[in-house]
Write a protein that binds this ligand. Structure first.
Ligand code: APR
Length: 236
């Protein structure tokens, strides 16, 4: 089977009702990113940051995958698919994708403040008790915190993501402004024969030497066009 790698961002979940970060009205217009999404912000005011993510986690229960997520998942019938996502929602998994690499963490998970990447401290929060509380401890006794990669923190999943991108026959980028590294740098690792598609309604800035085919549509409509006109699928 050919290897198909998706690289998705907030625009992938826009049609599910989750706001993006840098579009007008995006999350970073409503909240100071340094205060709610950086390690310095967390150390300065852990309660504010924990509550910011409690709010976003509660919203996750209200939303469901869009057709774009479902079409991405359906490609597993014809391709060896890996989804590399910058999103912390679980909508790719809910749509049926079975191999998802989360570069920036997962909203439904929590971890240790002292050792955020210690697997013994990473837990999945139960749907009937989603809020992290001040004083709640991780397995190592430190404050439980969101399992999110904040600005200023390392991105441990970038290595497995690079390994997947290097092997890809086809890469499809959906709904990311390609503003944030190292995620945005992944396109620099594609092999010479790899075909790249970009699905985004906006004029995203990208390296034009990569021969990218830009489908200037939203995630769902763009995935329908990609399947109909660009990458063959046996099943209908
Ligand atoms: N379908 C597809 N793409 C869309 C849609 C849609 N319906 N609506 C908006 N977009 C596109 C926008 O044009 C933009 O290019 O989605 C992209 C969203 O860009 P950002 O808001 O910058 O989100 P993202 O690229 O995922 O941000 C990367 O920044 O703040 C950090 O950790 C956060 O993971 C996030 C990272």
């Amino acid at each position: 089977m050919k290897r198909l790698v998706f690289l998705t961002g907030a625009g992938m979940s826009a049609e599910s009702g989750i706001s993006t970060f840098r579009d007008s009205g995006g999350l970073w217009e409503q909240y100071p990113v340094q205060q709610v999404a950086s390690i310095e912000g967390y150390m300065a005011d852990p309660e504010l940051v924990i509550n910011f993510y409690n709010e976003r986690r509660r919203q996750l229960l209200e939303v469901k995958p869009c057709e774009g997520h479902r079409l991405v998942a359906s490609m597993e019938k014809d391709y060896d698919v890996t989804v590399i996502t910058q999103n912390v929602d679980n909508l790719h998994e809910k749509a049926g994708s079975t191999k998802v690499i989360h570069l920036h963490g997962e909203l439904m998970k929590a971890t240790s403040t002292n050792n955020p990447n210690d697997p013994r401290c990473i837990i999945t929060l139960p749907e009937d008790n989603l809020d992290i509380k001040m004083g709640q401890k991780a397995a190592d006794g430190s404050q439980l915190r969101p399992f999110i990669v904040w600005f200023g923190e390392s991105v441990p999943m970038i290595e497995p993501a690079i390994a997947e991108i290097m092997k890809a026959d086809i890469v499809v980028v959906i709904g990311t402004s390609l503003n944030v590294y190292p995620a945005a740098g992944l396109l620099g690792y594609v092999s010479s024969g790899c075909k790249i598609y970009l699905i985004d309604p906006a004029d995203v800035r990208y390296d034009h030497s990569l021969g990218i085919t830009h489908i200037k549509k939203g995630a769902s409509e763009g995935m329908r066009e990609l399947i109909a006109e660009h990458i063959p699928v046996a099943h209908e």
